[in-house]
Design a binder for this molecule. Structure first.
Ligand SMILES: [Zn+2]
Length: 183
């Protein structure tokens, strides 16, 4: 996946603009529902991220929920080939509202530790940033085009004239492949 490409030129007419948190209190139900059809900054996805995001003000915290899907292009860790990976997100998160440096009531300490995300009550919630983080977390740490991917083809490697200085490395590579049962 390429990072940092495409920001600006792809993003247009997005509903995912930062929300001023106190403004949520002025909406009767204290919640908003945002359609998502977006390419996110710094995240190169093949398709826009599509879905819905809900934000509700619960007084002392924000309840954020999202359902979204996207296709990301990843590079296989074994064969280095590019492949498309489909992501389906169904997320819920609580963002605690408190001033930076606010004294935490000792009785709330446990709760505070559990609610890691915090924002100042008069600050902004940035749905695009939040979604970006969630999509990054959803990308598998190991990328494989196929569970049975056999890596770079040996025939292709064999047709390449080999500098004798690399022959030891090539042997080692073959040995590792044998040991790992990849053949
Ligand atoms: Zn592969």
């Amino acid at each position: 996946m390429r990072w940092g490409a495409g920001y600006g030129k792809k993003r247009s007419n997005s509903a995912l603009k930062p929300i001023l948190i106190p403004q949520l209190l002025q909406i009767p139900e204290r919640n908003i529902c945002l359609p998502v059809e977006d390419y996110l900054p710094e995240l190169d996805t093949l398709t826009p991220i599509q879905g819905t995001l809900w934000v509700e003000h619960k007084g002392t915290y924000l309840a954020v929920r999202a359902e979204a899907k996207a296709i990301v292009t990843l590079a296989c860790d074994r064969c280095l080939g590019q492949y498309n990976h489909r992501l389906a997100l169904n997320l819920e998160e609580v963002i605690w509202l408190r001033e930076a440096g606010a004294v935490i009531d000792p009785e709330l300490e446990f709760e505070a530790a559990a609610l890691l995300e915090t924002l100042p009550p008069d600050g902004n919630f940035d749905p695009a940033q939040w979604l970006y983080e969630q999509v990054c977390l959803a990308i598998p740490p190991q990328s494989l085009c196929d569970a049975a991917c056999e890596g770079i083809e040996l025939e292709a490697a064999a047709t390449t004239p080999l500098d004798s200085r690399w022959s030891v490395l090539a042997q080692l590579k073959t040995q590792i492949r044998d040991d790992c049962g990849l053949i």
